[in-house]
Design a protein around this ligand. Structure first.
Ligand code: AMP
Ligand code: MG
Length: 312
């Protein structure tokens, strides 16, 4: 069970270090060195007991080059470009993440869906040129988001999106997966303590607890509603407040309900998942944000070493 504490003390506030959607405070400081770098379109920060972090940023950059649908030469972009035409051979890790993402889609009863790119494009979440699509546009795009229309060939490591217009967007799982990859790499390098923060997707490890503070939704950055004390775990938050636009007085955000193609109803303002696997935390923070209570019980029974904090 994790410990929850409200942060009311202004002394603690002053000590908090900004890190994306989250704020972070090591409970005591050994000689850890921090660095930051922009990957996956977000600020990535590492705090480690070694001075050069280059190796790990290179791993992140290499991943981005393979996984980002925005990079024309990436494997995912190639799979998307060949939708409705032919299967594309991909590297082992791309195959693995896509297979996992599709499996999570089933496990979350469709609340998590890595095939929402046609919907994302309609709303302009990919470019920042936002607009509200028509019902008909959404209906047509939803036809292109079915997990059963993806063919994975384990033997040949190929991915085939069988309908033209289909597209993979791994934005709801990638940062979590990247955190897990980095953690494994660091462990095998003999690094036994550190903080990985990929745009608010946090993983802390070592022989002491860290306090990870949770951002208050729709409040100024740095306003803390809660904090969790964790060790060897990931903390990931999803919330509609992170990205959105207003049209005709209505607020739209970037987390899509795969059933409707629209911004998910804000059952909660934010969902924080604490879990030993950052991939799982990333997927389920998004999925529980979409589906609410229904998924909460299932998640806790599947991942007993985990916790969920919702706001309000
Ligand atoms: P997160 O910030 O982890 O909650 O993920 C949100 C990002 O994942 C969005 O910016 C989209 O790229 C993508 N996404 C949005 N809705 C979903 C969903 N229901 N399932 C999977 N990915 C999604
Ligand atoms: Mg997520």
């Amino acid at each position: 069970m994790i410990k929850l504490k409200s942060l009311t003390n202004s002394f603690f506030r002053a000590l908090l270090i900004m890190s994306g959607a989250f704020l972070l405070l090591p409970s005591c400081s050994k000689t850890l060195s921090s660095s930051s770098y922009v990957v996956f379109g977000t600020e990535c920060r590492m705090t480690l007991p070694i001075s050069s972090h280059t190796k790990y940023y290179n791993i992140l950059s290499d991943m981005e080059k393979k996984f980002s649908y925005r990079i024309e030469t990436s494997e995912i972009a190639l799979v998307n470009k060949n939708a409705g035409e032919k299967p594309i051979e991909v590297s082992d890790d791309v195959f693995y993440v896509v297979r996992e993402a599709l499996r999570f889609s089933k496990e979350t009863d469709g609340a998590f869906n890595p095939l929402l790119l046609p919907i994302i494009k309609l709303w302009g979440w990919d470019t920042g040129n936002y607009r509200v699509p028509s019902d008909e546009e959404l209906r047509n795009a939803l036809e292109l988001t079915r997990v059963s229309d993806v063919v994975l060939d384990e033997q040949n490591k190929t991915i085939f999106l069988t309908k033209k217009g289909m597209g993979l967007d791994l934005g709801g799982i990638m940062k979590g997966y990247a955190c897990d990859v980095l953690y494994k790499e660091m462990m095998s390098d003999g690094i036994t303590e550190g903080i990985i923060n990929l745009g608010g997707n946090i993983f802390v490890f070592g022989d002491r607890e860290y306090r990870v503070a949770i951002q208050e939704p729709y409040a100024e950055r740095g306003n803390v509603i809660n904090s969790v004390f964790v060790r060897d775990k990931s903390v990931v938050t999803s919330g509609g407040y992170e990205r959105g636009f207003t049209s005709d007085g209505k607020y739209y955000h970037h987390i899509i309900d795969p059933k409707t193609g629209e911004s998910a109803k804000e059952i909660y303002k934010s969902v924080t998942v604490v879990c030993p696997s950052s991939t799982v935390a990333d997927v389920y923070s998004t999925a529980i944000f979409v589906k609410g209570e229904e998924l909460r019980g299932k998640f806790l029974s599947l991942y007993p070493d985990s916790d969920i904090i919702t706001y309000p």
